[in-house]
Design a protein around this ligand. Structure first.
Ligand code: AMP
Length: 252
């Protein structure tokens, strides 16, 4: 039935000929009760309008929020994951909202542009989701910082404490040897100004280890940037001794 394809009332009323044709077809159908068909059409229209109205109010609410409020409101709290007592901030609802995902990426780009990076590093795995598109947007090389055993070439390794356990990360020894054409043209290829991107700053251990790895392979970490910062875990205090810290959304 054509009417099921209308997503909102504007689309519904925007195609009156289709609606009239559908009602006419309902009346013509010798197997159907015409009154029932008309009532069904009205009910479908009512539900379409109601759902679409709720959707539009929601969209209006979201459009009046700042990016920070929008991110915080969209995150999903998952209690006791991956361990009891941890409230996991799930970023997947941001990814499933193309507009917000796009705004988040643009927000990260504008947060870090002032540092004039030559490389963007992303921390596995959620740091890749944000870091790689930012690198692409800024036309800079992307450097993956990965879990052990994933990188195929010669690596440097660092172990550290996490909010919920211990972890180790690795980087390719030659990860910063790739430079972008702009920095080569400006003859500043020797200076490797790296911005480290991750989804979330908690205790700061992961980013601190990442900064140390980048320094170990000859880079300067000009900033660490996050989508979300859990300020109450004070990761910023650790990182600010090493570099600049920028976050799109701060949860205090
Ligand atoms: P940390 O080293 O304590 O700053 O932890 C940061 C890393 O662990 C990031 O890669 C986050 O993805 C992840 N992480 C730590 N705590 C959480 C949390 N509560 N919710 C979501 N991710 C977290």
């Amino acid at each position: 039935m054509t009417i099921f394809h209308f997503k909102n009332q504007f689309e519904f009323w925007g195609s009156p000929i289709k609606v009239l044709k559908w009602i006419q077809l309902s009346f013509q159908n010798k197997f159907a009760d015409s009154k029932f068909s008309f009532k069904a059409a009205s009910m479908i229209f009512f539900f379409n309008s109601k759902n679409s109205l709720i959707e539009q109010i929601h969209q209006l609410q979201m459009s009046t929020l700042t990016l920070e409020q929008n991110i915080i409101q969209t995150l999903r709290d998952v209690p006791d994951f991956p361990k009891k007592g941890i409230i996991f901030k799930d970023i997947t609802p941001i990814l499933s909202d193309p507009k917000l995902f796009d705004e988040t990426l643009k927000g990260l780009v504008s947060l870090i542009s002032e540092f004039e990076p030559t490389h963007i590093a992303g921390i596995e795995a959620r740091g890749f989701i944000f870091g790689a598109p930012v690198a692409r947007e800024m036309k800079l090389p992307f450097v993956p910082i990965r879990k052990p055993g994933k990188l195929p070439w010669k690596t440097k390794q660092k172990s550290y404490s996490l909010e919920y356990g211990e972890a180790t990360i690795e980087i390719h020894e030659d990860a910063l040897d790739q430079t972008n054409s702009t920095s080569q043209m400006n003859n500043v290829a020797q200076v490797k100004r790296v911005v480290v991107i991750d989804d979330l700053l908690a205790t700061g251990g992961t980013s601190q280890a990442s900064c140390e790895l980048i320094q170990a392979i000859g880079g300067e970490v000009v900033a660490c940037a996050f989508v979300v910062e859990l300020a109450f875990l004070k990761g910023r205090d650790i990182l600010e001794g090493l570099t600049k810290v920028k976050s799109l959304a701060i949860i205090s």
